[in-house]
Ligand binder design. Structure first.
Ligand SMILES: Cc1cc2nc3c(=O)[nH]c(=O)nc-3n(C[C@H](O)[C@H](O)[C@H](O)COP(=O)(O)OP(=O)(O)OC[C@H]3O[C@@H](n4cnc5c(N)ncnc54)[C@H](O)[C@@H]3O)c2cc1C
Length: 340
């Protein structure tokens, strides 16, 4: 039986949902799609509530999900080079960091700042992953999706994907679009983004003055390993909150009452550093029953082993409340929250 037939028939079966939060979650109906056709068949068969997941590194899960789940698990990379540029197409089930490693290994620049972000390539455009001054949307040419409303495969140019800060059309309408693959533009020579303070400092430490893309990626990897908890030891989802964007008037008032507050003008307002706000509320390193706030990066909530989805949501709510009370700023959760 081929994968499409398998996904359309009996292979929706109870199964564990992978995740980096370290919480046990069983879906009543789970299907692992080993091909695009398998994913499409599963979506058609599973009904409109069927959810697509990759590696579960950006979802808060309940212990039991009655919503059908399809895991995008097929792989494939295709590189087309022309002169100093290349187009790299990655299948949804590729691991994101593997895509970065492959591109650098082939001598192409563009993804170095996005090294070591967990998760699948298919999920990367969903929240427009970003790190160290670069957002994925800057490299995306197009995204192939299965559109469940139009019931067909479509190719969306980057401009049609509604990319914003940790946001996209796919995140805004998760039921409609399933990402099948994405195509990225890379270059042999690229003005690399090196002005992020941590990256600058790390390169200086290594005595590197004219870094290659690989050296930038290595610097990013070292910084991330130092700062972020390894989900194999401490279950986590990376940043639990987005950096808030406030209006310029509020930013100015806060700057008056809170000296040293980090604030960057962006489209639509002024971006504050959620980590700093949380830190100033005294949360860094705090334990909250079975979960806690990572001592090196307060944007990250961690599992002490027995934590469950609701524990993270309860701690998240406490953190949000104290930030709201002190700064009058509402923090928005970054991960998707699934409930049973
Ligand atoms: C230690 C750690 C560090 C992190 N650092 C960063 C960081 O620096 N920057 C950053 O942006 N993120 C970061 N993250 C968050 C996470 O890695 C990314 O959001 C990643 O893209 C999620 O991939 P995933 O396959 O695990 O997605 P999942 O958690 O499986 O899914 C996330 C969301 O995407 C949807 N989705 C997944 N696959 C598809 C698909 N094929 N089609 C349509 N929808 C889909 C799901 O329905 C869900 O809503 C970090 C996470 C961890 C654990």
């Amino acid at each position: 039986m081929n994968d499409a037939m398998a996904c359309a028939s009996q292979y929706f079966a109870p199964g564990p949902v992978p995740n980096t939060l370290g919480v046990p979650c069983v879906a009543d109906r789970l299907c692992v799609a080993g091909s695009e056709a398998g994913l499409v068949a599963a979506l058609r068969h599973g009904g409109e509530r069927t959810m697509v997941l990759g590696q579960g590194s950006n979802v808060v899960l309940p212990e039991r999900l009655d919503q059908p789940v399809v895991l995008a698990a097929w792989r494939g990379l295709r590189l087309r080079a022309r002169g100093g540029e290349a187009l790299l197409t990655a299948a949804a089930g590729e691991g994101w960091h593997g895509v970065v490693r492959y591109s650098l290994g082939q001598g192409w620049a563009g993804l170095e700042n996005l090294a070591l972000i967990p998760g699948s390539a298919g999920a990367a455009p969903v929240q427009n992953i970003g790190a160290y001054g670069v957002e994925l949307s800057e490299r995306i040419v197009e995204v192939r999706v299965f559109d469940r409303v139009e019931n067909r495969v479509r190719t969306l140019a980057a401009e049609a994907c509604g990319f914003g800060y940790r946001d996209s059309l796919f995140k805004a309408d998760p039921v409609r679009y399933a990402v099948l693959s994405l195509t990225l533009r890379l270059a042999r020579r690229l003005a690399m983004r090196l002005d992020y303070p941590d990256v600058e400092l790390e390169l200086q430490r290594q005595g590197v003055t004219k870094p290659t893309p690989r050296q930038v990626a290595e610097a990013v990897i070292r910084i991330r390993r130092r700062k972020l908890p390894d989900p194999r030891h401490w279950g986590n989802l990376g940043s639990f909150f987005k950096n808030p964007i406030v209006d310029p008037g509020q930013a100015e008032r806060l700057a008056g009452s809170e000296p040293g507050l980090v604030a960057h003008p962006v489209a639509g307002g002024v971006k504050l550093a959620a980590a700093q706000l949380i830190d100033r509320c005294g949360w860094k390193g705090q334990r909250w029953d079975r979960v806690g706030v990572w001592h090196r990066q307060p944007l990250v909530l961690i599992n002490f082993g027995e934590g469950r989805g609701p524990d993270f949501l309860a701690l998240g709510e406490q953190v949000r409340r104290s930030v709201r009370e002190r700064f009058g700023v509402d923090l928005e959760l970054e991960p998707s929250v699934l409930s049973d």
